[in-house]
Design a protein around this ligand. Sequence first.
Ligand code: B3K
Ligand code: ZN
Length: 885
Amino acid sequence: MDIASRPSTPIENPETADAAVPPKAPAVIRREDYRAPDWFVPEIALDFALDLDATRVRATLEVRRNAQGSGDHTLRLNGDGIAARSVLVDGQVANDWRMDGLDLLIELSGDAHTVEIETLINPAANSQLMGLYASNGMLCTQCEAEGFRRIAFFPDRPDVLSTYKVHMEGDKARFPVLLSNGNCTATGEGTDGKHWAEWHDPWPKPCYLFALVAGELVANHDTFTTAGGRKVDLNIWVRPGDEGRTQHAMDSLIASLKWDEETFGREYDLDLFNIVAVSDFNMGAMENKGLNVFNTRYVLADPETATDADYDAVEGVIGHEYFHNWSGNRVTCRDWFQLSLKEGFTVLRDQLFSADMGSPAVKRIEDVRVLRSAQFPEDSGPLAHPIRPDSYQEISNFYTSTVYNKGAEVIRMMRSMAGPECFRAGTDLYFDRHDGEAATCEDFVKAIEDGTGLDLKQFRQWYSQAGTPQVKVRVDHEGDTATLRITQTVPVTPGQPVKQPMPIPLRVALFDRDSSEHRGEQLIVLDKAEDSFTFPGFARTPVLSINRGFTAPVAIDSDVPTADLVFLAANDDDPFARYEAMQSLVVQHLVAAVGGGMLCDAERQSGRDAIGRALAAILDDATLDDLMRGELMILPSEAYLAEQLAIADPGAIHAEREGLKAWLGRELEDRLAALHDRVSAVSYSRSAEARGARKLKTQALVYLAAGVPDEAAKRAATQYAAADNMTDRQGSLMVLCGLDTPAREEALADFRKRYDGNALVIDKWFSLQAGSLHPRVLDHIKALAQHPDFTLHNPNRVRALYMSAAVNPKAFHSGDGEGYRMIADLILALDPINAQTAARFVPPLGRWRRIEPQRSGMMRAELERIAAAPKLSRDTLEQVTKSLG
Ligand code: B3K
Ligand code: ZN
């Protein structure tokens, strides 16, 4: 097997490894062990002779001893699956080098040397998609976190910053476009049909930000002039034929450049900004300096092939990667434990950007929905870790919802406590103070503290403690005073048996029952295990609206009477709180229904009636815009409902939630049908009104499909046939996919034919079927896995089929354990091909401890089966071991 196709450092399983070979347990890397590098590399020159299956790389490193280092004379250069063809020190063939595992060590006598090493790699055989690899005939790179070491021997750590000079030569017909970071400084013709280009990036950067792309690409070109007067060339490079679907990405990019100047005072710092879209990519996109590489999914969009949600995702990811230019590139991370320094902050920045571009209320609700369905379960499971982890075996496993989304919430809390303007003073100070440095989360907090004047001593706990704080709230009333009694508990998480209270900022408002109004909201900060806050001037117990805007990433247990939730769902002037009241109403009811299984028919009916009344009020409320109405109509996810229970029965949750949906669909049929008629008459545009209408079209169908399936099938088939955009087409197909109707097969066949050759839309075709509510969903998934269009080598396709299945409770939690088996089989088959993607499928199985005993046993057995495999990647082994642990 070619070295480049090896899984990154496969690990012999201690249980099954040959007894003669000592098992190699993955090393644990600890934050406390951080040491400054012994050697810096202020400059590197890279010379590539490009070829799909044999690329020669010559790396010339100017190395300088760090006077503050350990004094060790050994230069350690990390490698992964590469071999040195030659090693030169100061121009002479070196003898004083050796391999230490995958790393190359050179003994150096002086303080400054030139080290030149040549390697040969096979991009076409690189199925891990880390380092230099081939995708659709083009060459591209992915280096974060530790992919550069698959290209060249180098101190692959983010605190070694270098300026890069890149020379590349390749066949002009095969690779007409040659790109790297920074500015193109020269190009020329070579011999034998070859040509070359030279790139120079003046900004020192860690090697994880290096990028190279070579291939047949066409650009959507535009320009942007910065506030300081720099004219920047902008290019979005795609495969020929795709350029017609790049305008939204370009508009989003221009909006991002402008927004970061206006909102955070950050200007772009090169004359060129390139984005390249590639089809084989492990994640969403990558912020390489001046040369962002994107998954096509977050670049290509037009009304015919992208939904409104796809448009929003493109805008958000384009913004996110661009914002990294300051939060990540100009100020980078000292080590990978500090990942949230750049990711949490950049997620916050992209959330604020998207909020400003569209509806802040809807965006906030979407952000919280992601947090609750992905991060809360992570925080309460075996893989829980603080936003600044203390240890890891494989850093790729720590690109988590905790580091990203909770990381963003933690910084948002500081912003809420300081106020946006004061917070800006803090971020200005942070950027000024640490520009050009590899910084820590502590540096960030200190800068915010110094810039805003906040005392964040206790707040730092948010960086070190895992677990979602549980906040209990009670309102007492005596005389004319209401008293809010609040307690907090931070749950025990792996490795953290004892927790300290954390400052929890909560925006609260108390509504007067008589006037239905409140007298202004307040920000209170709960910083003890328990505290109380008094509010005079209430003749009767007020209605409490708490954690408005979701100021803190906590779970609130407030025991609010149903009537108060109905009141808030109809009257709260904070859109998030209104959404929250509606969610709580449903959560309370469903948890009571499945939790104890104690609801008698009358209780179930009265719960449903309350929800039905609240939903009817939402459907009727003329003051609501349709985008917001659509949010208020969405029921809490099964994953979020499971989170409310110590031990969940996914079958019962699914049945009870579907039962409620069906009841609401029947009860509100006339309203829902009228709504569907009204919004179906709105013609396509990208306006908020038209997007709201499209959102409701599908929402109405979802309820009708549950309650009156025949009627819904007719409406969905009509919507499908009439659709002039992907939002309507996908929405109706999604509903049809869950129904046992001939219209389902017809629409699926039409969709398949209509979009033949469009990989991103064919992904939808896989995903809709794997995510469906159809009774035979597992059979469908198995058949799709055999489909000629399915491949384990394309992460988008793998996720379209199997991640849709893993997050579909109907498929994953199938009572016979078939869903668990299927995901375990996938992990085992995918691990040798793409370890990073394979390891992402472990967490759903890792929830076994919180699932009813029968399913729990089957989940655990699948984890054990994976763990017993003879060779597993470090990625999968870490996730499986911790999940069983
Ligand atoms: N920084 C990259 C993520 C890299 C993931 C490596 N496994 C994209 C982002 O967060 O912007
Ligand atoms: Zn990021």
